[in-house]
Ligand binder design. Structure first.
Ligand code: BG6
Length: 485
């Protein structure tokens, strides 16, 4: 890994504390950091360097995967941290940052390799990119990279405008748009399950797969993020990015080789083949919901409309289920069902591939047909996969599904952010989203957001449930059911 400086905008914010700073520490502990690296924290707060280092330590104590020992490794890590008070709207602050950075690089004999990480409110993404260039911060003698968090715009137009600003300062190849689901171990494993095993790929098409279900359910509600969530809703918050990414990896064609652009080229073709819906089709194929009060994990919780910061008449959706079609040769006629929501029964992200049923001619069971084979990819919190196959049960003599189970409880393995930050630092953008992916995902989502603002019904569901009944109906109408549990 090249020696470099990591410039962290939004250094005192929640994301920095929970994810970015602990990820840097864990990479350092695992010996994955370059020999010489420096971090400059930048945010509005008027911290001294020591105060910022104190904040870093607090973040590590609270959120680090590795225990924080007061040893030399920790002291060495902390010593890399510097701080510059910074207001993204003030052009002078970029000049001051540049002066500080150049001075530091010179003193530490660092090449001018600069990774700019935007862990802050999206309103500033465009301004920062423009100002980084205008101030000359991007004109060092080394390389430059921009890591940018979601949301990348709130619809196609705003995303295109943001991209115009970003690409004035950075080449597409230098932009690392984070979708943290792409950093998850089992999401990264989808291509291995598919392309490194001869038993799945021959069946991976509309002749042998009857439907695919992608679920990401959460137990938490809107938490303290109403200001953002009220404008986003589940569609923009989860579907446009995370759900689409999982769909792309499941449905893509094998890439010609395992390199970044070949993989991204195949992913983007999935979005190009995704059936577009007009208003009438949206009404048939997309269900949205909003949580009521209920019991979650043994505790009474309020409904969405009573959450702090939520308008009492809000029509923001906290749940979306949809039926999608990838209209290409491989997938013609196969429904892909997606489902995501807050305040649901359990925290669970998983992908279920349901294979076609075999002809029921042999009547293994007299009173019921055979269960379909299922391949379940467990993303979170359980990780791994399960294959459900029919076998004769010893006691009853019935032919019932049994699981071949390759799951494991999460171990102390690197978190999504560690993988992604390491990739950005080593210049591997495979698991980041390319602009054409982002733009096509917005183009698919935009008509749905518009329909949501018109008269699309908003179905209430009880907190702690599996979502509104209309989502069950959506899939039942096709003769299938959600594979819960
Ligand atoms: C984020 C969303 O991108 O993903 C959150 O903004 C959501 O609303 C989170 O809670 C879910 O991520 P994970 O990794 O917990 O499934």
């Amino acid at each position: 890994m090249d020696d470099q400086t990591f410039i962290l905008f939004g250094a005192s914010g929640d994301l920095a504390k929970r994810k970015v700073l602990p990820a840097l520490y864990n990479l350092h502990r695992d010996g994955k950091m370059p020999r010489r690296f420096t971090v400059i924290g930048a945010s509005r707060r008027p911290y001294s360097r020591e105060a910022f280092q104190g904040l870093v330590m607090d973040a590590l104590h609270q959120y680090s995967r590795h225990p924080v020992d007061s040893d030399e490794t920790t002291a060495e890590f902390l010593d890399r941290f510097h701080y510059v008070p910074f207001d993204a709207g003030n052009a002078d602050d970029y000049t001051a940052l540049k002066g500080y950075l150049e001075d530091l690089e010179a003193r530490a004999h660092l090449p001018q390799n600069r990774l700019f990480y935007l862990a802050m409110a999206p309103d500033f993404f465009g301004t920062i990119a423009v100002q980084l260039q205008a101030s000359g911060l991007t004109s060092g003698t080394g390389w430059k990279r921009l890591v940018i968090e979601k949301p990348f715009g709130h619809d196609y137009r705003s995303a295109a405008e943001l991209n115009r600003q970003v690409s004035a300062a950075f080449d597409e190849r230098e932009v690392f748009r984070i979708d943290h689901y792409l950093g998850k171990e089992m999401v990264q494993n989808i291509e291995i399950i598919r392309f490194a095993n001869s038993i799945f790929e021959p069946l991976w098409n509309n002749r042998f797969i009857s439907n695919v279900q992608i679920t990401s359910s959460e137990v938490v509600g809107v938490e303290d993020r109403a200001a953002y969530y009220e404008k986003a809703g589940a569609l923009r918050d989860m579907v446009q990015n995370h759900m689409m990414q999982m769909l792309m990896l499941i449905a893509m064609e094998p890439p010609s080789r395992l390199n970044t652009e070949a993989i991204r080229d195949e992913k983007v073709k999935v979005l190009r083949s995704l059936r577009r819906y007009d208003e009438a089709k949206i009404a048939q194929n997309v269900v949205r919901g909003q949580y009521l009060s209920g019991r979650v994990g043994g505790q009474e919780v309020v409904g969405y409309l009573n959450e702090p910061g939520v308008a009492p008449t809000s029509t923001t959706e906290t749940f979306v289920a949809a039926k999608l079609y990838v209209d290409n040769f491989r997938w013609a006629g196969v429904p892909f069902y997606i489902r995501t929501g807050k305040r649901m029964k359990e925290k669970m992200t998983k992908i279920v591939v349901q294979f076609e049923s075999i002809p029921d001619k042999l009547f293994f069971n007299k009173d019921s047909s055979l269960a379909p084979n299922l391949l379940t990819i467990h993303v979170n919190p359980v990780q791994g996969m399960e294959l459900s196959i029919n076998v004769e049960q010893e006691e009853s003599g019935r032919v019932e599904p049994s699981e071949i189970d390759f799951t494991r409880e999460s171990r102390n393995s690197p978190e999504a952010y560690e993988r992604l930050i390491e990739d950005a630092m080593t210049d591997d953008p495979t698991f980041f989203t390319r602009w054409d992916e982002v733009s096509l995902a917005w183009k698919w989502v935009d008509p749905i957001s518009e329909a949501f603002q018109q008269h699309q019904p908003l179905y209430p569901y009880i907190a702690g449930s599996t979502g509104p009944a209309a989502a069950d109906e959506l899939i039942r109408a096709d003769g299938f059911r959600w594979w819960n549990g």
